[in-house]
Design a binder for this molecule. Structure first.
Ligand SMILES: C[S@@+](CC[C@H](N)C(=O)[O-])C[C@H]1O[C@@H](n2cnc3c(N)ncnc32)[C@H](O)[C@@H]1O
Length: 265
């Protein structure tokens, strides 16, 4: 993974290069609408406060649990026994991007949502409350972490989530086999080139041209930047949006030439 200094330099480069996030210079009606109706949607939805309340509790929780390590890991945690607060500090997507996931699901209304990387369930809760009629499947390798996520879903009274525990390397194929299709995918686990590309290819078997795939941490490491480049160059991909901490991937066929946008968020 890049050092904090390298990451800061990359962020500055992104910020300078990016469209200003108002949409005026963007010559794509689809992306213009995305900026206006999703990225710049300032509404505070009903579930936001409750989910952020759970995050605050997790950040204060010093109970220790055993956590299996699944590869790329995180910057701070090396030991198999970790406190919940440390996991919450290092693994969870910040509020701004978690709420963007909510807004994306709210806007596109996918019926089947798949998340790789539940952790304590914060982004899952956002994905699930954005559209009560969608079915959310979230996948997590660490059993004790998944158990806490489940407690959080119960506390938030969310009923449209199924958690699949186990290594994605085994569970993803079995999960996809049972699904007719997937319309929205959040890839947020195992941030290395080979597995990221492999999971991306696997989920493509169940997506159509209206699917949305969100990749997390696309500039986190050289491997993730290479994985992002692979996705951008994929023959099925017609449009991508780089928001630095996440990347959005679209397959809509009405796009004539492949387009890649970099937008401030
Ligand atoms: C960054 S965290 C997910 C954070 C969560 N989406 C959020 O922001 O609320 C990534 C999670 O993926 C899990 N993970 C990573 N690689 C995995 C693998 N190969 N199989 C199963 N789980 C894995 C880790 O245990 C970790 O909990």
């Amino acid at each position: 993974m890049y050092t904090p200094f390298q990451l800061a330099l990359k962020y500055i480069r992104y910020y300078v290069k990016a469209d200003n996030g108002k949409g005026h210079g963007v010559h794509s009606p689809f992306v213009f609408d995305l900026i206006q109706h999703v990225m710049n949607d300032g509404r505070q939805f009903y579930s936001f406060e409750k989910i952020e309340g759970v995050r605050v509790d997790l950040l204060k929780n010093n109970r220790s649990i055993a956590v299996e390590d699944f590869g790329a890991g995180s910057r701070v945690n090396k030991l198999p026994i970790r406190t919940i607060q440390k996991i919450a500090h290092s693994s969870l997507k910040p509020k701004k991007y978690s709420q963007l996931l909510f807004k994306l699901v709210h806007y596109f209304s996918p019926s089947h949502v798949l998340e790789l990387g539940t952790s304590l369930g914060i982004t899952t809760a956002y994905l699930a409350t954005a559209n009560a009629s969608s079915q959310v499947i979230t996948m997590e390798g660490s059993t004790e972490v998944a158990a806490i996520a489940l407690e959080n879903f119960q506390q938030l009274a969310i009923n449209n989530i199924e958690i699949v525990t186990g290594n994605f390397d085994q569970t993803l194929a079995i999960t996809l086999e049972k699904l007719a299709k997937v319309d929205f995918v959040f890839l947020d686990g195992n941030h290395r080139y080979e597995p990221t590309v492999r999971y991306f290819e696997q989920v493509l078997s169940k997506t159509d041209e209206y699917a949305v795939i969100v990749l997390d941490d696309i500039h986190w490491s050289k491997e993730m930047e290479d994985a992002w480049a692979y996705v951008q160059n994929h023959q099925a991909v017609t449009l991508t949006v780089d928001l630095f901490y996440i990347g959005l991937v679209f397959f809509r066929k009405e796009k004539i030439a492949k387009q890649h946008f970099v937008i401030r968020y």
